[in-house]
Design a protein around this ligand. Structure first.
Ligand SMILES: C[S@@+](CC[C@H](N)C(=O)[O-])C[C@H]1O[C@@H](n2cnc3c(N)ncnc32)[C@H](O)[C@@H]1O
Length: 187
């Protein structure tokens, strides 16, 4: 589905703007190493690099990785890595410069196959440094779609792995559904 949408140029999520919730956390944290899950065309990675972070991005659509590479072409090549791979199989990707101070997921994880939820959550937990943060933007479920997590489903998924300390309700205008931002921290 995502491959076809990139092939058709049908990417309404690709605003070219890093969300204010991410700008806020970057203002709070000292630069370190970040990983963007489902990085799309690399907008967030570019802002991370501009603020002195080392940033890696992963997306399973080769066209997204190509577009991100073009967007980052004038950035120092050793400051970022773009990896074509699956966010539910992070341990299988030797290119990732783990462990990370910050992992970001804006609208990726909520569409994975629910049977892979545990692999997704365990992968993120294992790639984070102690004290590291995970920022997630995810829509709430709609009856006619398999996309989305409720806040309660996410609380259960990360229970015993990461500590939730910030949550903010939002609205996904593209999907026409409620959504939430979450920030977890690894002890
Ligand atoms: C809604 S888009 C958001 C892209 C980007 N985060 C943004 O905000 O512009 C979701 C992205 O996640 C990618 N994606 C979805 N499932 C994935 C998976 N299992 N592994 C890697 N990438 C995935 C898609 O290819 C797509 O680029």
């Amino acid at each position: 589905m995502f491959s076809q949408r990139y092939a058709d140029g049908d990417m309404p999520w690709d605003s070219g703007i890093t969300p204010p919730e991410i700008i806020d956390i970057l203002a709070e944290l000292s630069p370190g190493k970040a990983l963007d899950l489902g990085c799309g065309t690399g907008t967030v990675i570019r802002d991370l690099l501009n603020q002195g972070w080392q940033a890696d991005g992963i997306d399973f659509v080769p066209r997204a990785i190509e577009l991100a590479a073009a967007k980052l072409a004038d950035c120092p090549p050793d400051s970022y890595r773009l990896v074509c791979g699956d966010v539910t199989r992070l341990a299988d990707l030797p290119e990732l410069r783990r462990p990370y101070d910050l992992i970001i997921d804006i609208g990726c994880g909520h569409s994975i196959d629910k049977a892979l939820n545990e692999a997704y959550a365990a992968g993120i937990t294992n790639q984070l440094k102690p004290g590291g943060s995970f920022m997630l933007y995810a829509s709430h479920p709609r009856p006619e779609s398999t996309v989305g997590w409720t806040p309660m489903q996410l609380a259960r998924l990360f229970n015993g792995k990461l500590d939730l300390f910030w949550e903010q309700r939002s609205y996904d205008a593209g999907l026409g559904v409620a959504a939430s931002w979450y920030r977890w921290r690894k002890r």
